[in-house]
Design a binder for this molecule. Structure first.
Ligand SMILES: [Ca+2]
Ligand SMILES: [Ca+2]
Length: 136
């Protein structure tokens, strides 16, 4: 269930860090106009590792130009074809935010943000939990 609909909701919640800055091209300001998302091929890692899907952000600019960058990664931990975790990537391709669907119902259960070092839990208990980002 954590596919396109939930992916779109997750992206609305966690944002898109790959939004390009306006640039001067031939004496005109060229700004990003809109983007579409495109799933890449599923990378079926060897069990018990989760399968991984790259999600590309395809930008169209005010002058009609286009660019593409990996903006998200979907992880299917139980290999049922639906994402259980979505990572948002910064402009350098490093994960900075994570959305989780622990129970596979298509509803985001938690969002962890490395900038605040907190995880927001969507449950009856709710609340924020501190966390650390592991650096390898
Ligand atoms: Ca899954
Ligand atoms: Ca859920």
């Amino acid at each position: 269930m954590f596919k396109i609909c939930t992916l779109a909701c997750a992206i609305l919640v966690i944002g898109c860090a790959t939004t390009p800055e306006p640039q001067m091209v031939e004496s005109k300001v060229v700004s990003p106009a809109f983007y579409t998302l495109k799933e890449g091929a599923v990378i079926p890692n060897k069990a018990p590792l989760p399968s991984q899907t790259k999600i590309f952000v395809n930008w169209t600019y005010s002058d009609g130009g286009k660019s593409s960058q990996e903006g998200f990664r979907g992880w299917d931990i139980d290999r049922d074809g639906n994402f259980d975790m979505l990572e948002a990537l910064d402009a350098e391709g490093k994960p900075y935010m994570w959305a989780y669907d622990f129970d596979g119902n298509g509803v985001i259960d938690a969002v962890a943000d490395s900038s605040t070092k907190k995880a927001k839990i969507n449950s009856a208990q709710g609340g924020d939990l501190p966390f650390e980002v592991a650096h390898h």
